[in-house]
Design a protein around this ligand. Structure first.
Ligand code: PBG
Length: 333
């Protein structure tokens, strides 16, 4: 990047370009558009149409019919894609999260219903075991209460094949096991799912900001311990580069940084290092901060939505997974 040193005041007055709306618009460097949005949806396998998530005011768990309605709404608003996260009845959970492999389970049925009703919308689905395990971890636990990487890979591969068979467009592994992108990619190729995309949660940090999400999918109350043996340490940035490089070598089409706002440096570094499609996740805790502060009257919600989403674009993200996608798309219409 060439840096041109500006001449001095008063020849250079930085405020000249800022003086009018037209000149600010004309000289703006980055733009947020509806095409940048992925709508994060929590779906549940019960009858109740919508169940509010206490820790995420304004977000409901949707049943299958409501999820289809949301997909239509997203299409009508011009949102390119949805990302699905399931809440499963506790009676279907077990040690290994075997419900994740059920080809007739709730998740594949939601994928099928949405793709049938709204074929033009992109459907992404989380791959990880945490909504399905009795211990709330993303992987399988061994006798020593450790998350067993290689035993988990088998599960994730099968979970991905079940989703691919249901017609998901994008497999989104959020589990942070080593080698999972390669294992999933090989299995997809072997089973003829050559066009199924993989969006890897490549640089995913062990973060306290996931708290509200864990309530939403019902993994928080049962979670034993923390996820620090697989999610990244927030002190690290070189590690984000290694993780991303590995996922790209293993066949990821899109990479992701998560969480968003506290990790803008990582978004910038990953996107400028690799020049590959880079998505950022504005996660549940970030959503909650904006909602609580705006409900208290301390922040203007709509402005906070647009400013935070724009900051991701400025940092180099190509797209953003957000619970605010519907509102953002309305504001951008
Ligand atoms: C785990 C998973 C997490 C999120 C989505 N999938 C994090 C976690 O529970 O460790 C977080 C999403 C959010 O906070 O909005 N498979």
């Amino acid at each position: 990047m060439t840096q041109i040193v500006p001449s001095k005041y008063p020849l250079t007055r930085m405020r000249r370009n800022r003086q009018a709306d037209w000149s600010r618009r004309l000289t703006r460097e980055t733009y947020l558009t509806k095409d940048d949005l992925v709508w994060a949806l929590i779906v549940h396998d019960g009858e109740e149409p919508r169940i509010p998530v206490t820790a995420m005011p304004g977000v409901d768990r949707l049943n299958l019919d409501e999820a289809v309605k949301a997909a239509k709404r997203a299409r009508d608003l011009g949102i390119p894609a949805l990302a699905l996260f399931p809440h499963i009845d506790p009676s279907r959970k077990d040690d290994t999260g075997s419900e994740a492999l059920n080809a007739n389970g709730f998740v594949p049925s939601v994928i099928r219903a949405i793709k049938e009703a709204v074929p033009e919308i992109g459907v992404m689905c989380d791959v990880a075991l945490d909504p399905f395990t009795t211990h709330g971890h993303d992987g399988v636990m061994n006798e020593k209460n450790k998350i067993d990487n290689d035993a988990t890979l088998n599960m994730l591969v099968q979970q991905s094949l079940v989703q691919a068979a249901a017609g998901v467009d994008v497999i989104a592994p959020s589990d942070m096991m080593d080698g999972r992108i390669g294992a999933i990619r090989e299995a997809l190729e072997a089973h003829g799912y050559k066009d199924t995309m993989i969006m890897s949660y490549s640089a995913k940090y062990a973060s306290c900001f996931y708290g509200p999400y864990r309530e939403a999918v019902g993994s928080g109350a049962v979670l034993t311990g923390d996820k620090k043996t697989y999610q990244m340490d927030y002190g690290n940035t070189d590690e984000a580069i290694r993780e991303t490089a590995l996922d790209l070598q293993e066949g990821a089409d899109i990479v992701m940084v998560k969480p968003g706002l506290p990790y803008l440096d990582i978004v910038y570094r990953v996107s400028s290092t690799f020049n590959v499609p880079t998505i950022v996740f504005q996660i549940s805790g970030e959503y909650g901060q904006i909602m609580l502060a705006s409900e208290a009257g301390w922040l203007d919600r709509d402005k906070a939505i647009l400013e935070t989403l724009s900051s991701f674009k400025r940092a180099g993200a190509d797209g953003i997974v957000t619970y605010f996608a519907e509102r953002a798309a309305e504001l951008l219409s």
